[in-house]
Every structure is written in structure tokens, then in C-alpha cells.
Write a protein of this length. Structure first.
Length: 399
């Protein structure tokens, strides 16, 4: 049966983590996969999550409903859109618990494919998160990328974004990074988001927000949710939001996320939910409970929620501090290169703009690991390794 099955190379980012873990050097630095690490380079269990785990200690192990934990779905939807969002108060949001951000994207893809059919194109940014293309191709869509990031300047190419939105066929789906664009760290300004929303509405496009970094980007959830709320609440655009609680709650392995569709009427929302329920039932029957219970415990408790907001500040300010630290060290060393982009870009990542051979020699000769496109996860830096990282970059740049 399997003679004709061809081998596919392993996923690049998970492979990088594997190589980093196998590296026995004491100096190794992991700037690969985007996972938050504390000042000692260790995974961080957020105090808010610790508190929530104690609260749910006595939960039973029964199945959740097919659409997921109701309190989680309600609280997470209100968190994203705001409690008084018209779509929330009018009951126009269809929501379903998902296996983190990827699971949410997958369910969104299935739903859109069923609702719109195969003729609609999914637009993704170039570059984008390595999983976007395959998630939407896997459900059958034609996926097209457009220039988003200008390598020469290290900035957003907003003209290209505007033109692509203007020229896309009505009904095209645009996968938008709600904040902290992965991998570039370049987000539209509020004014640019407004322009994008206006074109989206006029051209009858469908925005699908990948919301993996809300709260951990600026430290304020509301600030980071600007684009989502502007499109949906201010402009009344129908949209999907695929939210993950991996980065902003540190719940990487629990796989807890939410897909929501904002529709025009409560009955449309009910119909969409019925479809989502059918997808879930046929794929996983019902979602895992632990992560959803934790998120609901945090969001449903005044003190834990306030603690979580402090934790978001801790993570985002440590990452911002490391941006500045790496930039300062490279400037001090007078390392050849354009480093302003490090402090201009936002979120967990930035693209250093190094060619592949230097990326590979950083790994081989200095044990500094980053994605092949020279994307680094700033969360892997700390006071013990930032100088070493800058010196390593300096050496490869001069070699
Ligand atoms: C990343 O981009 O490194 C993270 O989102 C982890 C992943 O799953 O790729």
C-alpha cells in the first residue's frame, strides 16, 4: 500500500528545536520557536495560570460538549470583541473551542470552504507563519501570497497590502495577523488598519484574523485587539477570529483556542455553529477540557484576571527589553548591518535580515539557533546570552 508514498521533510521549526535540544554546548541560544522564556531561559508558568490550576483542581474528567466549554467560549469571545460589542449583545457570534490557533484556523478553513466553495482564494502575507499555507491548502483552497514585508527596509510594504486588497475578487479571504506579525514583527498602524477595513468592506472581502499574540505584544490586550475590534465592532464587517491561548497564557501544550465567526444574524450564527459542531464531532468528537477550564478560571475571576494582565506586562516588557538589549549591543560593536529594524518591529519576533549561510554558521559555529529566514524569537534572549548572541552575529557578519 505504501510503496509510492514519498517522504516529506520534517517541519522546519520543530526540527530546529530538536537540533537545539540535542546540542550539548553550554553556550547554546534558542531563538527559534516562538515560546516565551523567563530571564533564566526557562519556560514560565504564569502566576495567573498557577492560581487557576489550583481553582480547578477538583474538576471531573467528563466529556465537554462538542462545541467546547460554554463558559470558556463566552468569556473568550467577550475578551476578544469586548463585552458590549454589538455582535456579542445581539447574539451574532458563532464560536467553537479549538485545538489552539492551528485547530481554529483549520476549523475556519473547513467552514469557509463549505460556505463559499473552492473558487475563493485565500490570501496570505509573504512572508507568513510557516503553517498558514498548508492549513488552507489542506482543506482545498487555492492559496496565494502577496508582498507584505520589504526586506530592504525591514518595514511593512503598505502599498502592496492596499493594492492586493483593492484587486482581489469579492469574497476572497484574507488571513490577517491581528498583531505581532509572524515572522516580520511589522504591524499596520491604527490608521493603516482603518484603511484596510474600509477597502475590505467596500470590496466585500472576508477577513480572517489569526490572533496568537493578543496581550503579549503591547502588554495590553485591548490595545492588541484594536484591528479585530475596528473591523468587527466599528465597521460591522463579517469576519472570523482564530485565537490561541498558547503565547498569552503560556498554555502551549494544552492546545486551547477558539474559532469565532461574526455573522449578520443570530440565526446565521446558529447555523454556523451547527456546522462547526459537525466538523468537531467527526474529527475529535469533543475538545480537551483542561486548557479551557484554566482559561475560563482566569477570565472569570477578577483577581486572576488582574494577575494575568500583570503577567502580560511582564512578558511583553521583558521581550521589548531584549529587543533594545540586542540592538544596543550590536550598535556598540559596530556590527555591519541594519539593526534599527530590531527596535522598530514588534512582538515576539523580528527578522534580522541575514543570508542563509550566516544563519547556518551561527548555528554551527556559535550554537545560536534561528529560523532559516533569520527570524529570531526575542523571548529566547536574556541578560546572560544577549551579549554572546550579539558577538556571535558580529563575528559572522565580519567573516
Ligand atoms: C512559531 O512561529 O515559532 C510558533 O508559532 C510555533 C509554531 O508552531 O510554529
Amino acid at each position: 500500500f505504501f510503496q509510492d508514498v514519498t517522504f516529506i521533510p520534517p517541519d522546519a521549526i520543530f526540527e530546529l528545536t530538536k537540533h537545539y535540544n540535542a546540542d550539548r554546548s553550554a553556550q547554546k541560544v534558542n531563538l527559534g520557536q516562538g515560546t516565551y522564556k523567563d530571564e533564566n531561559g526557562d519556560p514560565w508558568i504564569l502566576p495567573a495560570i498557577q492560581g487557576a490550576k489550583e481553582k480547578i483542581r477538583d474538576a471531573n474528567h467528563e466529556y465537554l460538549p462538542i462545541l467546547g466549554l460554554a463558559s470558556f467560549r463566552g468569556l473568550a469571545t467577550e475578551l476578544m470583541l469586548g463585552e458590549s460589542a454589538p455582535a456579542v449583545t445581539e447574539g451574532r457570534v458563532a464560536s467553537c473551542q479549538a485545538l489552539s490557533g492551528t485547530g481554529a484556523l483549520h476549523l475556519a478553513g473547513l467552514m469557509l470552504y463549505q460556505a463559499l466553495g473552492p473558487s475563493h482564494t485565500v490570501y496570505i502575507t509573504e512572508p507568513t507563519w510557516s503553517n498558514h499555507r498548508q492549513v488552507f491548502e489542506a482543506v482545498g483552497f487555492n492559496v496565494q501570497s502577496y508582498k507584505y514585508y520589504d526586506e530592504a527596509t525591514g518595514k511593512l510594504d503598505f502599498r502592496s497590502v492596499e493594492q492586493t486588497l483593492e484587486n482581489a475578487e469579492p469574497g476572497s479571504i484574507f488571513v490577517l495577523h491581528a498583531c505581532a506579525h509572524n515572522p516580520s514583527g511589522c504591524d499596520p498602524s491604527e490608521d493603516q488598519w482603518r484603511k484596510m477595513a474600509t477597502i475590505t468592506k467596500r470590496r466585500k472581502l472576508f477577513p480572517l484574523f489569526d490572533a496568537a499574540y493578543l496581550g503579549i505584544t503591547s502588554g495590553s490586550y485591548d490595545t492588541d485587539a484594536f484591528a479585530i475590534r475596528h473591523f468587527i465592532n466599528d465597521m460591522g464587517i463579517e469576519a472570523a477570529v482564530c485565537a490561541s491561548f498558547a503565547k498569552n497564557m503560556g498554555l502551549y501544550g494544552e492546545r486551547v483556542g477558539l474559532v469565532s465567526f461574526v455573522t449578520q444574524t443570530p440565526s446565521a450564527a446558529m447555523a454556523v455553529e451547527s456546522r462547526l459542531a459537525q466538523f468537531v464531532r467527526s474529527e475529535i468528537s469533543n475538545p480537551p477540557a483542561f486548557g479551557a477550564r484554566i482559561v475560563a478560571a482566569v477570565l472569570g475571576d477578577v483577581e486572576l484576571r488582574a494577575e494575568w494582565q500583570r503577567n502580560l506586562q511582564t512578558m511583553s516588557s521583558r521581550i521589548a527589553g531584549m529587543r533594545q538589549g540586542l540592538y544596543d549591543a550590536l550598535v556598540k560593536l559596530e556590527t555591519p548591518g541594519q539593526w534599527e529594524r530590531i527596535i522598530q518591529q514588534k512582538g515576539m519576533f523580528c527578522i534580522l535580515g541575514l543570508p542563509l549561510d550566516r544563519v547556518l554558521s551561527l548555528k554551527k559555529s556559535f550554537h545560536v539557533y534561528m529560523a532559516d529566514n533569520s527570524r529570531i524569537s526575542l523571548a529566547g534572549l536574556n541578560h546572560n546570552n544577549v551579549q554572546y548572541t550579539a558577538e556571535s552575529i558580529d563575528k559572522v557578519q565580519r567573516s
